[in-house]
Design a protein around this ligand. Structure first.
Ligand code: E4P
Length: 217
């Protein structure tokens, strides 16, 4: 399983990219709003940092296929690595079909059932984003969705990549990897949590203490 970072904060993207752990970025309208800057400016800066797929979502207020197609074409022109993120609706599927046929990569987002993922894949999506955490929030086991989608794509020979989204903690990450997600898109705070283990920290302190006891600083 590969990692994307799920943020529009450039400082977080730089830190994760410098560690070499991410190979792409996902944003959404809420994350762009939190970054507090114009969409095109943020996306262009992100593209100058990470050499990999960058998902930029169509405006939350654009709900018709024509509008999404027009915006999707503009997003795709920002940088060759751009992926157009489109919500899972009938109009979104129409837009996915058209954009994909033009060679523009589409990430169909807000996927909550395996059937939605299958439809998105058949409409030509390069990526589908099943939302794990938001299902857990309503007492539905999110990881089961990732397992179902991975199994269905495998038996149907579908090469659309599964981006496990709405990942909230390190257990989600391990679960997604075991369930067969191709990618997990992870907030920076979760990446930090994945790095640390108390025994690692204790081990470093012990090695330092033992070294200093014999060799000094
Ligand atoms: C990614 O594509 C999604 O926009 C994101 O993971 C949603 O996460 P949330 O449910 O924590 O807002």
């Amino acid at each position: 399983m590969k990692f994307f970072i799920d943020t529009a904060k450039v400082e977080e993207i730089k830190k994760a990219n410098d560690m070499g752990v991410i190979c792409g970025v996902t944003t959404n309208p809420s994350l762009i709003a939190k970054a507090g800057r114009a969409f095109e400016d943020v996306i262009a800066e992100i593209a100058s940092i990470v050499d990999g797929p960058i998902s930029g979502e169509v405006k939350a207020t654009t709900t018709d296929a024509e509008g999404m197609i027009e915006e999707g074409r503009k997003i795709a022109k920002i940088h060759p690595n751009m992926v157009v993120k489109i919500p899972m609706t009938a109009e979104g599927l129409k837009a996915c079909k058209v954009l994909s046929s033009e060679g523009i990569k589409v990430n169909v987002t807000l996927i909550f059932t395996a059937n939605q993922a299958l439809l998105a894949a058949r409409a030509g999506a390069a990526y589908v984003s099943p939302f794990l955490g938001r299902l857990d929030d309503i007492s539905v086991r999110g990881v089961d969705l990732i397992t179902e989608v991975a199994e269905i794509f495998a038996v149907s020979g579908i090469d659309t990549e599964i981006i496990a989204a709405s990942v909230r903690n390190p257990i989600h990450v391990t679960d997604c990897a075991l369930a067969g997600a191709d990618i997990a898109t992870v907030p920076y705070a979760v990446i930090e949590k994945m790095i640390h283990h108390p025994l690692t920290d204790q081990g470093i302190e012990k090695f330092q203490a033992d070294y200093r006891a014999v060799f000094g600083e």
